[in-house]
Design a protein around this ligand. Structure first.
Ligand SMILES: *Cc1c(COP(=O)(O)O)cnc(C)c1O
Length: 380
Protein backbone atom coordinates (compact mmCIF):
# COMPACT_ATOMS: atom_id res chain seq x y z
CA UNK A 1 0.00 0.00 0.00
CA UNK A 2 1.26 3.50 -0.84
CA UNK A 3 1.24 6.19 1.84
CA UNK A 4 -1.86 8.00 0.53
CA UNK A 5 -3.82 4.74 0.70
CA UNK A 6 -2.43 3.77 4.10
CA UNK A 7 -3.83 6.93 5.73
CA UNK A 8 -7.32 5.72 4.84
CA UNK A 9 -7.08 1.94 4.93
CA UNK A 10 -4.11 0.66 6.98
CA UNK A 11 -5.48 -1.35 9.90
CA UNK A 12 -8.99 0.01 9.30
CA UNK A 13 -11.71 -2.49 8.39
CA UNK A 14 -15.49 -2.25 8.49
CA UNK A 15 -16.82 -3.34 11.88
CA UNK A 16 -17.45 -7.12 11.58
CA UNK A 17 -20.77 -6.98 13.45
CA UNK A 18 -22.47 -4.05 11.76
CA UNK A 19 -20.42 -3.18 8.68
CA UNK A 20 -19.84 0.31 10.11
CA UNK A 21 -17.30 1.85 7.75
CA UNK A 22 -15.89 4.14 10.42
CA UNK A 23 -14.15 2.54 13.40
CA UNK A 24 -16.64 2.49 16.30
CA UNK A 25 -15.80 4.36 19.50
CA UNK A 26 -15.71 1.57 22.08
CA UNK A 27 -16.72 3.70 25.03
CA UNK A 28 -16.34 1.08 27.73
CA UNK A 29 -14.06 0.52 30.70
CA UNK A 30 -14.43 -3.26 30.86
CA UNK A 31 -15.47 -6.35 28.86
CA UNK A 32 -17.68 -9.29 29.83
CA UNK A 33 -16.06 -12.70 30.30
CA UNK A 34 -17.96 -15.97 29.84
CA UNK A 35 -15.99 -17.69 32.60
CA UNK A 36 -12.94 -16.48 34.55
CA UNK A 37 -10.17 -15.74 32.07
CA UNK A 38 -12.29 -16.55 29.01
CA UNK A 39 -12.81 -13.43 26.90
CA UNK A 40 -12.37 -12.10 23.37
CA UNK A 41 -8.94 -10.58 23.92
CA UNK A 42 -10.22 -7.60 25.86
CA UNK A 43 -10.34 -7.47 29.66
CA UNK A 44 -10.02 -3.88 30.86
CA UNK A 45 -9.80 -0.69 28.81
CA UNK A 46 -6.55 0.64 30.28
CA UNK A 47 -4.91 -2.49 28.89
CA UNK A 48 -6.77 -2.85 25.56
CA UNK A 49 -9.41 -0.96 23.62
CA UNK A 50 -10.49 -1.84 20.06
CA UNK A 51 -10.61 1.81 18.88
CA UNK A 52 -7.11 2.34 20.23
CA UNK A 53 -5.90 -0.90 18.60
CA UNK A 54 -6.99 0.32 15.17
CA UNK A 55 -5.21 3.64 15.66
CA UNK A 56 -2.04 1.90 16.85
CA UNK A 57 -2.01 -0.37 13.80
CA UNK A 58 -2.66 2.55 11.47
CA UNK A 59 0.11 4.69 12.99
CA UNK A 60 2.62 1.82 12.81
CA UNK A 61 1.86 1.46 9.09
CA UNK A 62 2.22 5.21 8.43
CA UNK A 63 5.67 5.24 10.02
CA UNK A 64 6.74 2.01 8.26
CA UNK A 65 7.02 0.35 11.66
CA UNK A 66 5.71 -2.83 13.25
CA UNK A 67 4.31 -1.55 16.54
CA UNK A 68 2.37 1.56 17.54
CA UNK A 69 1.71 2.43 21.19
CA UNK A 70 -0.56 5.36 22.02
CA UNK A 71 -0.59 7.55 25.11
CA UNK A 72 -2.69 10.33 26.56
CA UNK A 73 -0.43 13.04 25.06
CA UNK A 74 2.84 13.53 23.22
CA UNK A 75 4.57 14.18 26.53
CA UNK A 76 3.06 11.04 28.07
CA UNK A 77 4.54 9.13 25.10
CA UNK A 78 7.95 10.69 25.76
CA UNK A 79 7.56 9.95 29.47
CA UNK A 80 7.04 6.26 28.63
CA UNK A 81 10.23 6.20 26.55
CA UNK A 82 12.28 7.79 29.35
CA UNK A 83 10.83 5.22 31.79
CA UNK A 84 12.58 2.47 29.79
CA UNK A 85 15.89 3.98 31.02
CA UNK A 86 17.75 3.51 34.31
CA UNK A 87 19.26 5.92 36.85
CA UNK A 88 22.73 6.93 35.66
CA UNK A 89 21.74 6.76 31.99
CA UNK A 90 22.00 9.89 29.89
CA UNK A 91 19.82 11.35 27.15
CA UNK A 92 21.69 13.33 24.51
CA UNK A 93 19.22 15.69 22.87
CA UNK A 94 19.11 18.35 20.20
CA UNK A 95 19.39 21.74 21.94
CA UNK A 96 16.60 23.37 19.98
CA UNK A 97 13.50 21.45 20.99
CA UNK A 98 9.94 21.62 22.23
CA UNK A 99 9.91 23.36 25.63
CA UNK A 100 7.79 20.65 27.23
CA UNK A 101 10.26 17.95 26.20
CA UNK A 102 13.08 19.98 27.74
CA UNK A 103 11.04 20.44 30.93
CA UNK A 104 10.28 16.72 31.20
CA UNK A 105 13.96 15.77 30.92
CA UNK A 106 15.24 18.54 33.21
CA UNK A 107 12.54 19.14 35.81
CA UNK A 108 11.13 15.62 36.16
CA UNK A 109 13.77 13.03 35.32
CA UNK A 110 16.97 14.65 36.58
CA UNK A 111 15.95 14.03 40.17
CA UNK A 112 15.46 10.34 39.36
CA UNK A 113 19.07 10.21 38.18
CA UNK A 114 18.47 10.27 34.43
CA UNK A 115 20.70 13.00 33.06
CA UNK A 116 20.25 15.04 29.89
CA UNK A 117 22.57 17.06 27.74
CA UNK A 118 21.44 19.40 24.98
CA UNK A 119 23.74 19.87 21.99
CA UNK A 120 23.66 20.96 18.37
CA UNK A 121 23.36 17.84 16.23
CA UNK A 122 22.87 19.72 12.94
CA UNK A 123 26.50 19.15 11.90
CA UNK A 124 25.81 15.40 11.88
CA UNK A 125 28.88 14.62 14.00
CA UNK A 126 27.60 12.64 16.93
CA UNK A 127 30.80 11.12 18.27
CA UNK A 128 32.19 14.32 19.75
CA UNK A 129 29.10 14.65 21.96
CA UNK A 130 28.74 11.12 23.32
CA UNK A 131 29.62 10.07 26.84
CA UNK A 132 29.86 6.58 28.37
CA UNK A 133 26.44 7.04 29.93
CA UNK A 134 24.62 8.05 26.72
CA UNK A 135 21.85 5.51 26.19
CA UNK A 136 19.36 7.49 24.14
CA UNK A 137 19.64 10.15 21.47
CA UNK A 138 16.68 12.45 21.19
CA UNK A 139 16.27 14.19 17.86
CA UNK A 140 13.74 16.78 16.88
CA UNK A 141 13.93 17.63 13.20
CA UNK A 142 13.08 20.10 11.83
CA UNK A 143 13.83 21.73 15.16
CA UNK A 144 11.38 23.88 17.01
CA UNK A 145 11.33 26.84 16.48
CA UNK A 146 14.57 27.46 14.53
CA UNK A 147 13.82 24.93 11.76
CA UNK A 148 17.29 23.39 11.72
CA UNK A 149 17.46 19.96 10.16
CA UNK A 150 19.34 17.00 11.62
CA UNK A 151 20.68 14.28 9.31
CA UNK A 152 18.76 11.34 10.78
CA UNK A 153 20.54 8.60 8.82
CA UNK A 154 23.99 9.94 9.74
CA UNK A 155 23.19 10.14 13.46
CA UNK A 156 21.55 6.69 13.48
CA UNK A 157 24.52 5.06 11.75
CA UNK A 158 26.93 6.44 14.37
CA UNK A 159 24.59 5.53 17.25
CA UNK A 160 24.12 1.98 16.00
CA UNK A 161 27.88 1.35 16.15
CA UNK A 162 27.76 2.19 19.85
CA UNK A 163 24.49 0.38 20.58
CA UNK A 164 22.75 3.62 21.53
CA UNK A 165 19.03 4.00 20.78
CA UNK A 166 17.72 6.90 18.71
CA UNK A 167 14.26 8.41 18.99
CA UNK A 168 13.03 11.02 16.52
CA UNK A 169 10.24 13.38 17.52
CA UNK A 170 8.52 13.51 14.13
CA UNK A 171 5.73 15.87 15.18
CA UNK A 172 6.85 18.82 13.03
CA UNK A 173 7.26 16.86 9.82
CA UNK A 174 4.53 14.21 10.12
CA UNK A 175 5.03 10.78 8.51
CA UNK A 176 3.81 12.24 5.21
CA UNK A 177 7.04 14.22 4.93
CA UNK A 178 9.55 12.08 6.81
CA UNK A 179 9.76 8.50 8.10
CA UNK A 180 12.66 8.16 10.56
CA UNK A 181 12.41 4.35 10.99
CA UNK A 182 13.28 4.02 7.29
CA UNK A 183 16.40 6.10 8.02
CA UNK A 184 17.55 3.85 10.88
CA UNK A 185 15.86 5.30 13.97
CA UNK A 186 14.73 2.91 16.73
CA UNK A 187 11.66 4.91 17.74
CA UNK A 188 9.46 7.67 16.38
CA UNK A 189 7.48 9.90 18.71
CA UNK A 190 4.40 11.89 17.77
CA UNK A 191 2.40 14.53 19.42
CA UNK A 192 -0.64 13.39 17.39
CA UNK A 193 -2.26 16.53 18.78
CA UNK A 194 -0.63 18.36 15.87
CA UNK A 195 -0.60 17.23 12.19
CA UNK A 196 -1.98 13.72 12.70
CA UNK A 197 -5.14 15.00 14.39
CA UNK A 198 -4.95 18.15 12.31
CA UNK A 199 -8.05 19.89 13.61
CA UNK A 200 -6.92 21.27 16.98
CA UNK A 201 -9.55 19.29 18.86
CA UNK A 202 -7.66 16.51 20.66
CA UNK A 203 -4.51 15.72 22.70
CA UNK A 204 -2.81 12.37 22.05
CA UNK A 205 0.68 10.91 21.70
CA UNK A 206 2.27 7.84 20.14
CA UNK A 207 5.49 5.90 19.77
CA UNK A 208 6.21 3.64 16.80
CA UNK A 209 9.07 1.12 16.74
CA UNK A 210 10.18 -2.13 15.08
CA UNK A 211 11.75 -4.00 17.96
CA UNK A 212 9.47 -6.48 19.74
CA UNK A 213 11.23 -6.18 23.10
CA UNK A 214 11.04 -2.40 23.05
CA UNK A 215 7.39 -2.51 22.00
CA UNK A 216 6.62 -4.90 24.88
CA UNK A 217 8.34 -2.56 27.32
CA UNK A 218 6.40 0.45 26.02
CA UNK A 219 3.09 -1.43 26.12
CA UNK A 220 3.90 -2.57 29.65
CA UNK A 221 4.48 1.06 30.71
CA UNK A 222 1.31 2.13 28.87
CA UNK A 223 -0.69 -0.28 31.04
CA UNK A 224 1.35 -0.11 34.25
CA UNK A 225 1.49 3.68 34.52
CA UNK A 226 -1.84 4.27 32.80
CA UNK A 227 -1.42 7.40 30.65
CA UNK A 228 -3.79 6.05 28.00
CA UNK A 229 -5.90 8.00 25.51
CA UNK A 230 -9.68 7.64 25.57
CA UNK A 231 -11.49 5.90 22.70
CA UNK A 232 -13.11 9.11 21.41
CA UNK A 233 -9.67 10.74 21.21
CA UNK A 234 -8.36 7.73 19.28
CA UNK A 235 -11.30 8.04 16.90
CA UNK A 236 -10.61 11.74 16.31
CA UNK A 237 -6.97 11.03 15.42
CA UNK A 238 -8.02 8.21 13.06
CA UNK A 239 -10.48 10.58 11.44
CA UNK A 240 -7.87 13.35 11.14
CA UNK A 241 -5.30 11.01 9.59
CA UNK A 242 -7.61 10.27 6.65
CA UNK A 243 -6.77 13.70 5.18
CA UNK A 244 -3.18 13.97 6.46
CA UNK A 245 -1.62 13.81 3.00
CA UNK A 246 -3.93 16.44 1.54
CA UNK A 247 -3.60 18.81 4.48
CA UNK A 248 0.18 18.63 4.75
CA UNK A 249 0.66 18.93 1.00
CA UNK A 250 -1.45 22.11 0.89
CA UNK A 251 0.09 23.57 4.04
CA UNK A 252 3.60 23.05 2.62
CA UNK A 253 2.59 24.80 -0.58
CA UNK A 254 1.23 27.76 1.39
CA UNK A 255 4.37 27.83 3.57
CA UNK A 256 6.65 28.12 0.55
CA UNK A 257 4.83 31.25 -0.64
CA UNK A 258 4.64 32.80 2.81
CA UNK A 259 8.34 32.19 3.50
CA UNK A 260 9.18 33.98 0.23
CA UNK A 261 6.86 36.86 1.07
CA UNK A 262 8.47 37.31 4.50
CA UNK A 263 11.98 37.08 3.08
CA UNK A 264 11.32 40.05 0.81
CA UNK A 265 9.65 42.17 3.51
CA UNK A 266 11.74 45.16 4.72
CA UNK A 267 10.64 44.79 8.36
CA UNK A 268 11.74 41.15 8.51
CA UNK A 269 15.44 40.51 9.22
CA UNK A 270 15.57 36.72 8.83
CA UNK A 271 13.31 33.82 7.90
CA UNK A 272 13.91 30.26 9.05
CA UNK A 273 12.63 27.87 6.43
CA UNK A 274 14.58 24.80 5.23
CA UNK A 275 13.09 25.17 1.75
CA UNK A 276 15.41 28.11 0.99
CA UNK A 277 18.40 27.04 -1.08
CA UNK A 278 20.78 28.99 1.18
CA UNK A 279 19.40 27.44 4.39
CA UNK A 280 22.33 25.64 6.09
CA UNK A 281 20.56 22.27 6.02
CA UNK A 282 18.63 22.61 2.77
CA UNK A 283 20.44 19.66 1.20
CA UNK A 284 19.67 17.25 4.06
CA UNK A 285 16.09 18.46 4.24
CA UNK A 286 15.68 17.81 0.54
CA UNK A 287 17.14 14.33 0.86
CA UNK A 288 15.20 13.14 3.91
CA UNK A 289 11.90 15.00 3.58
CA UNK A 290 9.16 14.92 0.97
CA UNK A 291 8.71 18.70 1.23
CA UNK A 292 9.98 21.38 3.64
CA UNK A 293 7.11 21.49 6.08
CA UNK A 294 4.63 24.17 7.01
CA UNK A 295 6.40 25.71 9.99
CA UNK A 296 8.20 28.99 9.43
CA UNK A 297 9.80 31.31 11.98
CA UNK A 298 11.09 34.82 11.44
CA UNK A 299 12.76 37.70 13.22
CA UNK A 300 12.18 41.42 12.89
CA UNK A 301 14.57 44.17 11.81
CA UNK A 302 13.49 45.99 14.97
CA UNK A 303 14.17 43.06 17.26
CA UNK A 304 12.31 44.23 20.38
CA UNK A 305 9.58 42.29 22.16
CA UNK A 306 7.38 45.41 21.73
CA UNK A 307 7.51 45.15 17.92
CA UNK A 308 6.92 41.43 18.01
CA UNK A 309 3.88 41.99 20.21
CA UNK A 310 2.40 44.38 17.63
CA UNK A 311 2.67 41.74 14.93
CA UNK A 312 1.46 38.95 17.21
CA UNK A 313 -1.69 40.81 18.18
CA UNK A 314 -2.20 42.37 14.75
CA UNK A 315 -3.18 39.33 12.69
CA UNK A 316 -6.80 38.30 12.27
CA UNK A 317 -6.61 34.97 10.40
CA UNK A 318 -3.43 33.79 12.11
CA UNK A 319 -4.72 33.10 15.61
CA UNK A 320 -2.36 33.82 18.48
CA UNK A 321 -2.15 30.41 20.12
CA UNK A 322 0.20 27.63 21.18
CA UNK A 323 0.28 24.41 19.17
CA UNK A 324 0.62 23.73 15.45
CA UNK A 325 -0.39 21.43 12.66
CA UNK A 326 -4.09 22.26 12.48
CA UNK A 327 -6.08 23.29 9.42
CA UNK A 328 -6.08 26.86 10.71
CA UNK A 329 -2.98 29.06 10.70
CA UNK A 330 -1.50 29.99 14.06
CA UNK A 331 1.01 32.62 15.11
CA UNK A 332 3.08 32.23 18.26
CA UNK A 333 5.81 33.77 20.37
CA UNK A 334 8.14 30.94 21.40
CA UNK A 335 10.04 32.98 24.04
CA UNK A 336 6.92 33.53 26.14
CA UNK A 337 4.75 30.61 25.00
CA UNK A 338 6.02 27.20 23.87
CA UNK A 339 9.61 27.75 25.04
CA UNK A 340 9.06 29.75 28.23
CA UNK A 341 10.40 26.86 30.32
CA UNK A 342 13.85 27.15 28.69
CA UNK A 343 16.19 29.64 30.44
CA UNK A 344 16.79 32.83 28.42
CA UNK A 345 20.54 32.27 28.15
CA UNK A 346 20.00 28.83 26.60
CA UNK A 347 17.30 30.21 24.31
CA UNK A 348 19.54 32.98 22.97
CA UNK A 349 22.33 30.49 22.26
CA UNK A 350 20.17 28.89 19.56
CA UNK A 351 18.91 32.21 18.20
CA UNK A 352 15.57 32.12 19.95
CA UNK A 353 15.30 35.86 20.59
CA UNK A 354 12.51 37.80 22.28
CA UNK A 355 11.29 38.98 18.89
CA UNK A 356 11.22 35.61 17.12
CA UNK A 357 7.77 34.81 15.72
CA UNK A 358 6.66 31.30 14.77
CA UNK A 359 3.98 30.46 12.23
CA UNK A 360 2.09 27.21 11.83
CA UNK A 361 0.71 27.59 8.35
CA UNK A 362 -2.70 26.12 7.70
CA UNK A 363 -4.68 25.33 4.59
CA UNK A 364 -6.57 28.60 4.06
CA UNK A 365 -6.17 30.57 0.81
CA UNK A 366 -2.55 31.70 0.79
CA UNK A 367 -3.33 35.18 -0.55
CA UNK A 368 -5.57 35.88 2.44
CA UNK A 369 -2.82 34.67 4.77
CA UNK A 370 -0.21 36.92 3.15
CA UNK A 371 -2.53 39.92 3.31
CA UNK A 372 -3.11 39.19 7.01
CA UNK A 373 0.65 39.20 7.73
CA UNK A 374 1.19 42.29 5.60
CA UNK A 375 -1.42 44.20 7.62
CA UNK A 376 0.07 43.09 10.93
CA UNK A 377 3.60 44.06 9.86
CA UNK A 378 2.32 47.57 9.10
CA UNK A 379 1.70 47.94 12.86
CA UNK A 380 5.43 48.34 13.56
C1 LIG B 1 3.33 19.57 21.15
C2 LIG B 1 4.61 18.87 21.05
C3 LIG B 1 4.95 17.87 21.97
C4 LIG B 1 4.08 17.51 23.15
O1 LIG B 1 2.89 16.94 22.76
P1 LIG B 1 1.52 17.01 23.61
O2 LIG B 1 0.57 16.23 22.80
O3 LIG B 1 1.17 18.47 23.73
O4 LIG B 1 1.83 16.43 24.95
C5 LIG B 1 6.16 17.21 21.78
N1 LIG B 1 6.97 17.51 20.75
C6 LIG B 1 6.69 18.48 19.87
C7 LIG B 1 7.63 18.77 18.75
C8 LIG B 1 5.50 19.19 19.98
O5 LIG B 1 5.21 20.15 19.10
Amino acid sequence: MKFNTKVIHAGVKPDPQTGSVMTPIYQTSTYAQTEPGVHQGYEYARTQNPTRDVLQTNLAALESGKFGICYASGLAAMDAIIKTMNPGDEVLSTNDLYGGSYRLLRAVYEKFGIKSRFVNLSDGDLNKHLSKETKLIWIETPTNPMLNVVDIAAVCAQAKEKNIKVCVDNTFASPYLQRPLELGADMVLHSATKYLGGHSDVILGAVVCNDQELADQLAFIQNATGAVPGPQDCFLILRGIKTLHLRVERACKNARKIAKFLQSHPKVSSVNYPGFKDHPSHKIAKAQMEDFGAMVSFDLTDDSFESAKKVLSGTKLFLLAESLGGVESLIGHPASMTHASIPKKERLEVGLTDSLIRLSIGIEDVDDLIEDLETALRNI
